[in-house]
Design a binder for this molecule. Structure first.
Ligand SMILES: [Zn+2]
Ligand SMILES: [Zn+2]
Length: 135
């Protein structure tokens, strides 16, 4: 899931702890704290925060892990008590990983069982892999 459509987001600042309500949050816009002006998404949210979305109104909550949040008891501003866990990786400004780099290792056509006499070719392959910026 990526946040292409704006959502209402309530996020606790990882710096000063202030709750910020962002009426139309998308993953493309930085979320700046009203108080300390930090980019709240610059923190490693998956380490410091928990994420929930309200099943009723769709509002997203990014709360610090020490903030008490009980699924089924904590109440959304709309009155809903059903929440879905939110993958915080969607909020971290990470670059998307392409699956292509690891495909080279899985290529079934690649012949690893070369005869031992063919040493020069094996060394060439090693050089190619060393230059691979892959992982
Ligand atoms: Zn702040
Ligand atoms: Zn709600």
């Amino acid at each position: 899931m990526t946040l292409q459509t704006p959502v209402e987001l309530l996020i606790e600042c990882g710096g000063c702890g202030l709750e910020n309500l962002i009426p139309a949050f998308t993953s493309e816009v930085p979320a700046i704290c009203n108080q300390c002006r930090e980019n709240m998404l610059a923190y490693d949210l998956s380490q410091t925060h928990q994420g929930h979305t309200c099943d009723s109104c769709g509002r997203a909550y990014l709360l610090k892990t020490e903030t008490e949040f009980v699924d089924g008891e904590s109440e959304c501003q709309c009155g809903g008590r059903d929440f879905t866990g939110l993958d915080l990786k969607n909020f971290a400004g990470q670059t998307p990983q392409t699956a292509e780099s690891k495909d080279a290792d899985d290529n079934p056509d690649f012949d690893w069982c070369r005869p031992a006499s063919d040493n020069s070719a094996t060394e060439d392959y090693n050089e190619i892999f060393d230059d691979n910026p892959g992982i």
